[in-house]
Design a protein around this ligand. Structure first.
Ligand code: SF4
Length: 236
């Protein structure tokens, strides 16, 4: 017998096919889905909205993800990189205006210079805010020791979007050049969790070749991985 949307919404655990049916719902079924999701949101986080300050400090990146406007190979944009003092001033603005946390985000670069630069920024931001401003990092794949140094310097959340948990789809949207490995992405997420970060991930919606089963699988992955934050956005 086919489950109605009400039947599915009454469950405590969703299967992949339940999630697919929810994603495909429309009309009154979709209204029921939104009503249920609002109830759950209000139960756990109430009706408050928390402001977070996003500081996109650089669009310089060493990678070439095929969907990304700031990929290394794109010559049709102006690259920028804020100075440390500009970043500190943005963090100070967030602190003075009582933001609970900031996120430092950039393209992905690895190496001693960027490791030290971010570590130093973390110390400075912790100092200027008396340790009160939470700091999220979103600066890509790094070695576990680097994640640990940044955690010890004051970062407590990390966003690393997996973009798709279907490995074959992941491979379609990344070049096969040795720098874009699905297994490394998953290992990075595990390392972040092990170190103690509140770990966030997410995927794109509407990727070429993506199916509803893929999206249902992505949501199950996030549940099983026990992620703390989820960022999902449309593929444009
Ligand atoms: S690593 Fe991030 S910023 Fe760099 S190309 Fe890929 S998606 Fe874009």
């Amino acid at each position: 017998m086919k489950n109605t949307i009400e039947d599915i919404l009454d469950k405590n655990e969703f299967s992949g096919s339940d999630i697919k049916n929810l994603l495909l719902s429309h009309g009154n079924d979709r209204t029921l889905l939104f009503k249920k999701s609002t109830e759950i949101k209000e139960k756990y986080i109430g009706r408050k909205v928390w402001f977070r300050g996003l500081i996109e400090f650089s669009n310089v990146c060493g990678k070439d993800c095929l969907y990304c406007g700031i990929r290394k190979g794109n010559k049709n944009l102006i690259r920028y990189n804020l100075t440390d003092d500009e970043i500190i001033e943005a963090a100070r603005f967030a602190y003075i205006n009582r933001y609970g946390s900031i996120a430092l985000q950039s393209g992905e670069l690895e190496g001693p210079f960027i490791t030290g630069r971010i570590e130093n920024l973390l110390h400075r931001i912790k100092e200027l805010s008396n340790g009160e401003l939470g700091i999220t990092l979103s600066v890509g794949e790094q070695e576990p020791e680097v994640y640990k140094r940044w955690f010890d310097a004051g970062a407590h959340r990390y966003l690393l979007r997996v973009e798709s948990t279907n490995e074959s789809l992941y491979k379609k949207i990344h070049p096969d050049d040795g720098k874009h490995s699905f297994s490394r992405r998953i290992n990075c997420l595990k390392n972040l969790q092990d170190i103690g970060y509140q770990t966030g991930t997410g995927v794109m919606i509407g990727l070429p070749f993506q199916t509803m089963e893929d999206l249902a699988g992505d949501l199950l992955f996030m549940k099983e991985f026990d992620i703390d934050m989820c960022g999902m956005g449309p593929y444009i």
